[in-house]
Design a binder for this molecule. Structure first.
Ligand SMILES: C[S@@+](CC[C@H](N)C(=O)[O-])C[C@H]1O[C@@H](n2cnc3c(N)ncnc32)[C@H](O)[C@@H]1O
Length: 255
């Protein structure tokens, strides 16, 4: 597996912090060890993989060597992350970077002309790691990602596990009069994170089952795994998060 190189840009996402590096390593290890059952990638069909909200390429780099016939495309809405992803691709692949490159893009906000070409549709697998907690409406994000998968394609999410919305007394679910509920998360439930960002403090297991079903993924295909992969958040950041957030959840759904 290729690893992320150690240099970092000023003002960049916190890849230089030890706890983030530990988290990245553990994500890469789990993904690499469980790729067959989690990703359902058919190496014989020259698969196309979208690393959405790619950052420095945690996911693509974990899989690059394992799937030599695959092409990896990254999208991230932050130009510095894209720049870094492309420099990681160059480090890993030298001049044959056609296998792995990224550009600036945001599928949450809807479509843009630049992402309307065939190249950005019909992916075999889309992986979004540690980024769903950044979007105010996770359902909208998943609906938009689903449009980019081919029929039978797989979406994989890597996230922080959070306590059940009801457990922390907030209004993460909205109930209608029939007693059914939908995961219209209320943006007021987002918390302040360092750097002035608002994030979700993780999601519980039932959230993933419900939101993927609501987004149109096959119910029977939804696989939510909490394999006991934990990491330590520095104490000074702990106040921003509620307990339960330092464990990872891996989620799979087929369209
Ligand atoms: C915590 S980092 C995770 C990066 C990488 N996937 C990983 O696992 O290391 C979150 C990334 O999501 C990106 N991001 C946040 N919201 C986004 C959006 N709406 N569209 C695309 N990228 C987004 C950020 O720029 C950042 O690179």
């Amino acid at each position: 597996m290729s690893t992320i190189t150690n240099h970092h840009d000023h003002g960049d996402f916190e890849y230089d912090q030890a706890w983030v590096q530990d988290q990245v390593r553990k994500i890469q290890q789990y993904i690499a060890d469980n790729k067959a059952s989690l990703l359902a990638i058919d190496e014989s069909s020259s698969p196309r993989i979208l690393d959405y909200a790619c950052g420095h390429g945690t996911i693509s780099l974990a899989l690059l060597d394992a799937y030599p016939s695959a092409t990896f495309r990254g999208l991230d809405n932050h130009p510095k992350q894209v720049e870094r992803y492309n420099s990681e691709a160059q480090n890993a692949l030298g001049n044959s970077q056609s296998r792995m490159w990224a550009k600036v893009g945001d599928l949450y906000e809807g479509s843009s002309k630049e992402l309307d070409s065939d190249e950005w549709f019909n992916f075999d697998t889309i992986i979004m790691s540690m980024a769903l907690h950044h979007v105010a409406d996770p359902l909208q994000m998943l609906v938009n990602l689903k449009k980019r998968l081919k029929s039978g394609g797989t979406l994989v999410l890597v996230e922080w596990l959070g306590a059940k919305a009801h457990d922390h007394g907030k209004h993460g679910h909205q109930h209608d009069h029939s007693g059914a509920h939908s995961h219209q998360h209320a943006p007021a439930d987002m918390i302040d994170a360092p750097g002035g960002q608002k994030i979700w403090p993780g999601f519980d297991e039932s959230f993933f089952r419900e939101v993927l079903t609501e987004a149109g993924f096959q119910k029977a295909s939804i696989d939510v795994r909490v394999p006991g992969v934990t990491f330590t958040i520095p104490e000074e950041l702990m106040q921003s998060f509620h307990k339960g957030v330092n464990e990872l959840v891996f989620v799979k759904g087929v369209v």
